[in-house]
Write a protein that binds this ligand. Structure first.
Ligand SMILES: Cc1cc2nc3c(=O)[nH]c(=O)nc-3n(C[C@H](O)[C@H](O)[C@H](O)COP(=O)(O)OP(=O)(O)OC[C@H]3O[C@@H](n4cnc5c(N)ncnc54)[C@H](O)[C@@H]3O)c2cc1C
Length: 405
């Protein structure tokens, strides 16, 4: 007699392996199928090889989705605290980097090994590389057709992730299956992705490649699909324009053809708060050079480049008219720059869009119209900010799905 699985999970990445381990340990008979020869490749390359596996502050405010409330239930049922406990049980050493981001001290491979051990504890069967050719439903349940035969199952969990980094096997398979069963798909778009700029946008700032400055960055707009954002993050000047965490965060909200806005003085942290007006009006500064005043709050080379952009190089503050001071303040606090585009799927960390949450039950991740068909992880229209939130979504969505299987 053919074996019937409780669940066949398609995709053995972060969400798929985690879901499989939890479901297996709840006594479910689970099979994971993946087309890649090696599992968990995105985990391996994540966080520069150290995997930023969660964020202690992860909350619904850290996610973009057409329905921002959708993540609430899963994140409440499986928070970053739960995942940190699991990591600690395995004795994996980690550290907090920036704004609650947790990274392995040693290697991202430890997270993959942990997920594999959890699967082994749950007696999960894993088969790869296997090609899934089609998925169909009949009166007896679900049939997953593969190049190695047909698997019968009570439930199918789609966990094939998003489109970034096609070189390691990213596909749109979950989206294709969603469409096959009549679920809506929100147009996918690269996110947490470097933006490209035309060569003449930056003038003398191009000479400062390698400089990293904390800034306040804003992009998007209220009327836009995912709204607008404001982040305090590090901006990296490069030969080709701007990069670093600030630009990656802004990219998820960026609307093609619109500028992003940079406040070079917006992330300055001083006791009692930074007073921008005082800096530009202070009469005590009368005898100082414009670039000297700016270098009290900006790296010296950047201060000089901005003063030169306004023809204030070598001029004392007393010689700078009110109008010129105002123009300099505007340049520094509301610097608008129009990106030409993004560097696309090859360089993106995550996918914006995916299976529309209105067709899924947020308590279980199951299709509302097709009981037994689940979607978890990045293939769903839920995209985290930079900083461990995308993995937290993979764990949380995988967990609630496993409970429901
Ligand atoms: C360079 C990089 C760095 C990142 N760093 C971080 C970080 O530090 N912190 C963070 O939170 N997020 C990070 N991310 C994002 C994070 O990796 C993803 O959001 C997360 O892996 C999504 O989990 P998932 O299980 O949905 O998909 P994945 O982990 O991508 O797993 C999908 C699995 O499905 C398989 N698959 C695909 N198509 C098919 C198919 N047709 N048939 C069978 N199997 C298939 C794949 O082989 C893969 O094993 C990073 C992403 C990238 C690209």
């Amino acid at each position: 007699m053919t074996k019937t699985w409780d669940a066949v999970i398609i995709g053995g990445g972060a969400a798929g392996l985690f879901c499989a381990g939890v479901a297996g340990q709840l006594g479910k008979k689970v099979l994971v199928l993946d087309h890649a020869p090696v599992l968990g490749e995105k985990i391996r390359i994540s966080g520069g090889g150290r995997c930023n596996f969660t964020n202690v502050h992860s909350s619904p405010a850290n996610f973009l989705s057409l329905n921002p409330h959708f993540v609430k239930s899963a994140l409440a049922k499986y928070s970053s605290t739960e995942f940190i406990k699991l990591v600690s049980t395995y004795g994996i050493a980690y550290h907090e980097k920036h704004q609650g981001q947790l990274f392995c001290d040693d290697s991202a491979k430890q997270i993959i090994e942990m997920l594999m051990s959890e699967c082994a504890k749950g007696k999960v069967s894993i088969r790869n590389p296997v090609s899934v050719e089609s998925i169909a439903q009949d009166a007896t349940g679900w049939n997953v057709h593969t190049n190695a035969g047909i698997e019968k199952t009570k439930a199918v969990v789609m966990a094939t992730g998003g489109l970034p980094v096609p070189a390691i096997g990213a596909t749109a398979y979950s989206l294709d299956i969603a469409k096959q069963f009549g679920l809506e798909v929100v147009d996918p778009r690269p996110a947490l992705v470097p933006l490209s700029f035309t060569a003449d946008t930056f003038g003398n700032l191009n000479d400062l490649a390698g400089l990293s400055v904390p800034v306040r960055i804003a992009s998007g707009s209220k009327g836009h699909r995912y709204g607008a954002c404001r982040f305090n993050e590090d901006l990296l000047l490069t030969h080709k324009g701007l990069s670093g965490p600030a630009v990656l965060q802004a990219s998820s909200y960026w609307v093609e053809g619109e500028p992003i806005h940079i406040d070079w003085l917006g992330a300055i942290e001083v006791e009692g708060g930074f007073n921008c007006d005082a800096l530009f009006n202070d009469d005590d500064n009368r005898l100082k050079l414009a670039e000297t005043i700016l270098s009290s709050v900006l790296p010296q080379r950047l201060a000089k480049a901005f003063a030169e952009q306004r023809n204030l190089g070598g001029r004392k503050w007393a010689e700078v008219s009110k109008k010129d001071r105002q123009a300099l303040k505007e340049l520094l606090t509301n610097w608008s720059v129009k990106p030409a585009g993004t560097l696309g799927w090859k360089k993106a960390e995550v996918m914006l869009g995916g299976v529309d949450t209105k067709d899924l039950d947020g308590q279980t991740m199951m299709s509302r119209a097709h009981p037994g068909l689940f979607f978890i992880g990045e293939c769903v229209d839920v995209t985290g900010h930079l900083g461990g939130h995308n993995f937290q979504w993979a764990w949380a969505s995988g967990f609630v799905c496993a409970q429901a299987l």
